[in-house]
Ligand binder design. Structure first.
Ligand SMILES: [Fe+2]
Length: 169
């Protein structure tokens, strides 16, 4: 068994590792993007948000008498995403990257929804409010990606169909 407090701490640590993973994926994606400035700008904005989220989670863990777990602890849990992103050397990587980004944001939305319930159960109002604020950022990023997938796909398709233009990134 585990207390509510213990589960909250454990899930905060998972979220912290998730944000570290997000930071690495977004940075890798951003650095490879050349021909899609709108997506690149939105990713840059979310990298900033992600850094802030990680710090917020670190403060929550400290408040609760814990600390972030090492990345090694999470290697199994998020491996599937690492593999998905590792396979980005594809001819349509910009589209696959945006799709993977959307999937990852959805995981983040689910994680913070769970964390909000756990913080509520423990009566930790500060953590609850922090997670509610983070959740809004994740929803905004997920919505942006979903809403821009058609435009992005169209841009990719046009570039791909034009001799001499690089389309993949
Ligand atoms: Fe995030």
């Amino acid at each position: 068994m585990a207390t509510k407090h213990e589960n909250l701490v454990s899930w905060l640590r998972d979220a912290h590792a998730m944000e570290q993973q997000a930071e690495r994926m977004l940075t890798a994606q951003k650095e490879r993007l050349h021909n899609y400035p709108k997506l690149r700008t939105r990713i840059e904005k979310h990298i900033e948000e992600t850094l802030g989220q990680r710090e917020t989670l670190e403060r929550a863990l400290t408040r609760l008498g814990s600390e972030p777990s090492t990345l090694k602890d999470m290697s199994g849990k998020l491996m599937a995403f690492g593999q998905a992103m590792g396979g980005m050397v594809m001819s349509d990587e910009v589209v696959k990257g945006a799709m993977s980004g959307y999937v990852f944001e959805t995981l983040e939305i689910a994680s913070y929804t769970v964390l909000i319930a756990a913080a509520k159960a423990v009566g930790d109002t500060q953590t609850q409010q922090d997670c509610e604020a983070i959740l809004q950022q994740e929803i905004a990023m997920a919505d942006w990606l979903r809403e821009h997938l058609p435009e992005l796909s169209q841009a990719f398709l046009d570039r791909s169909d034009t001799p001499g233009l690089e389309a993949k990134r």
